[in-house]
Design a protein around this ligand. Sequence first.
Ligand code: CP
Ligand code: NVA
Length: 306
Amino acid sequence: MTKHLLTISGLTKAEIDATFEKTRVFKQRQKRGIPHTPLIGKTIGLIFEKASTRTRVSFEVAMYQLGGNVIFISQRDSQIGRGEPIKDTARVLSRYVDGIVIRTFGHEIVEEFAHYSSVPVINGLTDLHHPCQVLTDVFTIVEKKGSCKGIKVAWIGDGNNMANSWIEAAARLGFDLMLACPDGYLPDKNILAKAKKEAGSKIEVVNDPKKVAKDADVLNTDVWASMGQEEETEKRKKAFKGYQINSEILKLAKKDAIVMHCLPAHRGEEITDEVLEGANSVVFDQAENRLHVQKVILEKLLHPEA
Ligand code: CP
Ligand code: NVA
């Protein structure tokens, strides 16, 4: 069966641990300028129906560094935008490329694509999940803190795709996750219920940002309005007032807490400029690590025998 990466819960703890182990090696190798090109002759297609800086560029560079090629397929210039069925697109592209990264709206689109694809499909963000980002974020925690065991992660803001993937990561890897989300903007009910049932650690959703920030090792947030929710921006600005990582919130966390944000950030909304640029912030290391983690994912899925 073709292996895809659609959600964090689709991975075992052993697979995630092995990914992190290999990421450390890949990152070191890259820093030393030692080439590693197991994907010579392979090509991935990137289908993006939403904007992207990090995901697109990190996947493209990852593939080039591994010796492979990339074709960027925008909705506008392909038949996807003119309504060609997903199941046809998936079967056609599978005949040309060795893997596909998709960024789209409904999660069912990547599921359908993966169902019909005979090559690995990687979720580059849907409305429901952002697995590559959260895998990278947990890798960054392990890099900074030595392990994610016994770590308390606080999420302040929207119960969005990032929050859902964090919930799945906490259940898989066994760290505590406290989320503070306003009513009406909670994480996906089914994902939360399943994760709580499976988790050996604490996963809790409350309304109070201060409560979750208290003694946290990691403070984490994301935009109040995600891609596709632009029309709700004003309404969301009101609902999310107070759900901000700022210096007062930072003071409640552990002294050596790290501040994370998947970026792009809206300074003055979910995070202040002072905290984003401050000593506790690891946001640019986080962004860099997308490249290293995704190289491991690409090698694993496209060349599993490596
Ligand atoms: N964090 C992230 O996925 O960024 P992009 O939207 O720029 O890809
Ligand atoms: N929640 C955000 C993440 C962007 C990387 C969005 O979906 O727009």
